[in-house]
Design a protein around this ligand. Structure first.
Ligand SMILES: [Zn+2]
Length: 136
């Protein structure tokens, strides 16, 4: 598969563990060591209690589409359009929603409430970019 065109993500102290896990095909989010709240994207601070000691929790299993948009604009040369971007939430992980491209079905079939698998795609700069695959 060709790498997705675009600009490589900026890696910070907070997002480094996320990108490292993505490279291994794992989706990790921040979890507060004090109150246990999970959040995404990583910011190094708990949105619930403002704690600053964050550990990482891996999300496995399927998610559900919470919201979506279909992009028809060719923002970059080589970008294949249209495609759907979905915002996905996961059972047992309140507070976490992850956005990514939807694969495995035509964009017009993307729907709120549909079940998706976590997947990763080769992205710019050798990064693995989170995306989602329509579950059968
Ligand atoms: Zn907390």
């Amino acid at each position: 598969m060709d790498a997705t065109p675009g600009i490589p993500p900026a890696v910070t102290e907070e997002t480094g563990p996320f990108w490292a896990a993505a490279r291994e095909g794992r989706l990790v989010v921040e979890q507060c060591a004090s109150c246990g709240a999970e959040s995404f994207p990583p910011r190094g601070i708990c949105r619930s209690c403002r704690g600053r000691t964050m550990v990482h929790a891996e999300i496995t299993g399927r998610g559900t589409v919470y919201s979506l948009t279909v992009n028809h604009q060719r923002w970059l040369p080589g970008l294949q359009v249209p495609y759907a971007i979905v915002l996905v939430e996961f059972p047992g992980h309140p507070g976490v929603r992850v956005a990514g491209r939807l694969r495995g079905c035509p964009p017009e079939e993307a729907a709120i409430g549909m079940t998706v698998d976590i997947g990763f795609e080769p992205g710019p700069g050798g990064f693995a970019i989170p995306s989602f695959v329509a579950a059968p």
